[in-house]
Design a binder for this molecule. Sequence first.
Ligand code: S6P
Ligand code: ZN
Length: 198
Amino acid sequence: MIQPRPFSLDIGSAPESAAQFDHRLERRLSSLRGQFSDAQAFAEKMAQGDPVAYEVLEILRPEEQGELLSGLSIVHPGKVGREYFMTKGHFHSVRATAEIYYCLRGQGCMVMENESGDWDVQQFLPGRVVYVAPGWAHRSVNTSPTESLMTFFVYPAHAGHDYATIERNGFRKLVVDDNGSPTIIDNPRWSAGARTHV
Ligand code: S6P
Ligand code: ZN
């Protein structure tokens, strides 16, 4: 068992010092297969290699109530067709758990939706906090053409992850590049009928 002990992290001055983190997860574009609306653009991008779309640096703690999990999410710049590189996105398995994201670098947005039919998109700018309310699925999108989007996240350690619900239909909304401007559009693949509660 990891004994509860206080600790501190330097994320303001040296967020790239990965040595502070216990675990590094790398997600390549292939792990987002089926999530981009332009299948041909996805195939073309994959033919050029399978780039790292994002990384997650985590502090490991016991996944139990009372603890908090925290770390850095780093979404690299890139596009598949008109859609920007993004995270897979998920609901928390324990729906009644929230999450805080603090943007350190870059620009982008957090796409969110709940199971009551509501959706929301909040902008990420350095210094801005985005609050993901309990019951809201969330996906980070990097809208910068050149810079990685770096955010610090913290959430209850017993939250768990439900990726399957999002993998089935994606999010209701997509963020696409419209002549250089990030624009929110409906996801043609999303259908309310196919959505099931877990
Ligand atoms: C976990 C938290 C983040 C994400 C990370 C990658 O609850 O929201 O650590 O895991 O931003 O996103 P995803 O959707 O691949 O887990
Ligand atoms: Zn989360």
